[in-house]
Design a protein around this ligand. Structure first.
Ligand code: AMP
Length: 537
C-alpha cells in the first residue's frame, strides 16, 4: 500500500453496510412502543417469548426454507465457521502445504517430505474427528477411509524410482492425495437467519417441547438477514416480530385465533388501513394441491410465450410462485389461470370454510385472495397476508400460514404448526406515514441550576425525580439561566426547575411550565407531588 493510499485509508469514514441502517432516537422510542405492545398483546393470548440464535447451521435453512427458493439460493449470508481449537488452524496449514507442494520422482527427499505432511494431516484429522471437533456428514467416514488408504499407496514408493511408469504412478498418487485432502470439510457452514420459523421448529425438537402441554405458543422478535436489493421497505438486515403455535390439533379456531391476535396487535399499535387477505392452499395430495399444480402447469405451458423470463423458469421449478408475480404485463394472463379454491379436497374445503366462519365470529374482517400461495410442500391450508398503506410496492407487513409438515421435515415428530412474521420495519414506516408516532419524547424536567449550593440541591432533585420515573436533564456544568432555559426548550422539556442560591436559601424552588411560561414556587417536598399530579393530568 502506498503512503498516500494508507493515509486515505486511515482517514476513511465508515458507513453502515448497504441494506443495513441505524435506527436512532427518537424513532427508537416508536420501535420500543411497538415491541412492548407485541409483548403485552401476545401474552394475553398465552404466548411465551423465545430468544433464538442469530446464526444457525446453513442446512437448517436449506431444508426448512427450501433449496428452490430465492432466499436460500441467492440471499443467505453464509459464514464459514472454523473448527474449534488449534487443531483447525494446523489442519488448514497442512492442507495448504500439501496443495502447493510439487513432488518430483527424481527427488526422493521431496517424496519423503510429502509423505510426512500427508501423514501429519491424516493424524491431525483423526484426532479432530475423535474429539468431535471436525464437522461430520454422511460421507465423513468413507472419506476418512480413503485418506487412510492413500497412506498405504504412498508407502509403496521405493526411495529411488527408475522407470517412467513409477514416476507416472507417483504423480497420480500425489494428485489423488491432494484431491482427498482438498475435499475434507474443515469448516462448518453457518448462515445468518433469513427468517425464524425454522429456528423455532428446531428449538421445539431440540428441547423436547412435544412433552409440554400442547400446543406450545411461542413468539420472537429480532433481526433477519437477506441479501436482497435494498429499496424502500426492503433491507438486508430487517426486523421481524413473529409467532408460532406448534402441536395440538389443526382446528380452524386455532388459525382464526392466530389471525385475531395479529389484528388485535395491529389495532393496538394504531396501524390504519390494514387489509387482511386469506386463502387456502390445500394439502400436498393428488386429489388436492398436487392435482391443482399439474393443472396450473399445463395452463402455464399454454401461455408461456406471454410470460417474462422469471415466470417462465418457475413453471418447472415452482409454478405456484408465478401467482406471486407483480409484473404488470402478466396480470391479465394470471387472472385466467385455474384457481386452487376450485380444486381443494373436501376436507381442506371444509377447513377453509370453518376458518372464515371463525374469523367472522371474532369480528375479523378479511378479503379472499386466491393468489396467496407458498411454494413449499409443507405449507398447507391457511395462508394469509396483511398489507398496509404508505409502503409503495413493498406493502406486505405480515405473512403467515399453516405448515403441518415442517417439524417432521426437520427430524421431529409429526406436529401441526401455524404462524406469522410481521415486517417491523414496514410496520414502523406505515405508522410514520400515517402520523401514528406519538410516543412521549423530550425531557419532563430540565434543571437549570447556578451556584455550588444549588448544585447539591439539583443533584438531590434529579435523583428523586428520576426515582419517581421522570425524565430529567441535569446539565453537568453551570449555565446562565437564560441559556439553560433555551437549552430546555430545544430538548422539548415540559418543565424547568430553577435552582439558584436564593431558592435554596429560601427553601422555595421555582418550576416553570415551558409551554405557557407560567412560574410557581414550591417547597422541595411539594414539588414532587405537583409534578406527579401534572403527569397524570
Ligand atoms: P416472509 O418471511 O418472507 O414471509 O416475510 C414476512 C414479512 O417480513 C413480510 O411481509 C415483510 O413485511 C417482512 N420482510 C421480508 N423481507 C424483508 C426485507 N428484506 N426488508 C424488510 N422487510 C422484509
Amino acid at each position: 500500500m502506498s503512503d498516500a493510499t494508507a493515509k486515505k485509508e486511515e482517514g476513511r469514514k465508515f458507513q453502515a453496510t448497504k441494506g443495513t441502517r441505524d435506527i436512532l432516537p427518537p424513532e427508537t422510542a416508536l420501535w420500543n412502543r411497538v415491541e412492548q405492545t407485541a409483548h403485552e398483546v401476545f401474552a394475553t393470548f398465552g404466548y411465551g417469548e423465545i430468544r433464538l440464535p442469530v446464526f444457525e447451521d446453513f442446512r437448517l435453512f436449506q431444508r426448512a426454507v427450501g433449496v428452490e427458493t430465492d432466499i436460500v439460493n441467492k440471499e443467505m449470508y453464509v459464514l464459514d465457521d472454523l473448527m474449534e481449537g488449534e487443531i483447525g488452524a494446523r489442519l488448514e496449514y497442512l492442507r495448504v502445504q500439501i496443495q502447493y507442494m510439487t513432488v518430483s520422482s527424481a527427488l526422493p527427499t521431496e517424496v519423503e517430505q510429502f509423505k510426512t505432511l500427508y501423514n501429519d494431516f491424516v493424524k491431525a484429522y483423526r484426532i479432530a474427528l475423535e474429539r468431535g471437533l471436525a464437522p461430520r456428514d454422511e460421507f465423513t467416514d468413507r472419506h476418512f477411509s480413503f485418506l487412510e488408504a492413500m497412506i498405504g499407496r504412498l508407502d509403496l514408493f521405493p526411495r529411488d524410482m527408475r522407470t517412467p511408469e513409477d514416476s507416472f504412478v507417483l504423480d497420480e498418487t500425489v494428485n489423488n492425495c491432494k484431491i482427498q485432502v482438498r475435499e475434507i470439510q474443515l469448516t462448518e457452514l453457518k448462515a445468518l437467519r433469513p427468517e425464524a420459523t425454522a429456528s423455532v421448529c428446531r428449538a421445539y425438537i431440540e428441547h423436547n417441547m412435544q412433552q409440554l402441554p400442547q400446543p406450545v405458543k411461542l413468539y420472537y422478535l429480532g433481526p433477519m438477514f437477506r441479501r436482497e436489493r435494498p429499496q424502500k421497505g426492503r433491507y438486508r438486515q430487517f426486523y421481524q416480530i413473529g409467532a408460532e403455535i406448534l402441536g395440538g390439533p389443526d382446528a380452524p379456531a386455532t388459525d382464526a385465533e392466530v389471525i385475531e391476535m395479529l389484528m388485535t396487535f395491529f389495532d393496538k399499535v394504531g396501524l390504519q388501513g390494514a387489509t387482511l387477505y386469506v386463502n387456502s392452499i390445500g394439502h400436498s395430495a393428488e386429489n388436492c394441491r398436487r392435482g391443482y399444480v399439474a393443472k396450473l402447469m399445463a395452463a402455464l405451458e399454454k401461455v408461456k410465450d406471454k410470460l417474462g423470463p422469471d415466470s417462465q423458469r418457475r413453471i418447472d421449478t415452482n409454478p405456484l410462485r408465478v401467482l406471486d408475480s407483480k409484473l404488470e404485463s402478466e396480470q391479465a394472463i394470471i387472472a385466467t389461470l385455474p384457481r386452487i379454491a376450485d380444486h381443494l379436497c373436501d376436507e381442506c374445503k371444509t377447513h377453509y370454510a370453518a376458518v372464515k366462519r371463525q374469523l367472522e365470529l371474532r369480528g375479523v374482517l378479511y378479503q379472499e385472495n386466491w393468489r396467496l400461495v407458498r411454494g413449499l410442500d409443507y405449507y398447507m391450508r391457511t395462508t394469509f397476508e396483511i398489507t398496509a398503506p404508505g409502503l409503495g410496492s413493498q406493502n406486505a407487513v405480515c405473512g403467515g400460514g399453516r405448515y403441518d409438515g415442517l417439524v417432521e421435515l426437520l427430524g421431529g415428530p409429526p406436529t401441526k404448526g401455524i404462524g406469522f412474521a410481521i415486517g417491523e420495519d414496514r410496520l414502523i414506516l406505515s405508522l410514520q406515514e400515517s402520523g401514528k408516532t406519538n410516543v412521549a419524547q423530550g425531557r419532563d424536567v430540565y434543571i437549570a441550576w447556578m451556584g455550588e449550593r444549588a448544585y447539591a440541591a439539583a443533584i438531590r432533585a434529579a435523583k428523586d425525580l428520576r426515582k419517581a420515573g421522570f425524565s430529567v436533564e441535569l446539565p453537568p456544568v453551570e449555565q446562565k439561566f437564560g441559556k439553560a432555559l433555551g437549552q430546555a426548550d430545544k430538548l422539548g422539556a415540559r418543565f424547568a426547575l430553577i435552582l439558584g442560591d436564593n431558592e435554596v436559601s429560601e427553601g422555595l424552588w421555582t418550576i416553570k411550565t415551558l409551554s405557557t411560561g407560567e412560574q410557581t414556587k414550591f417547597t422541595e417536598s411539594d414539588l414532587l407531588d405537583y409534578l406527579v399530579k401534572q403527569r397524570s393530568a
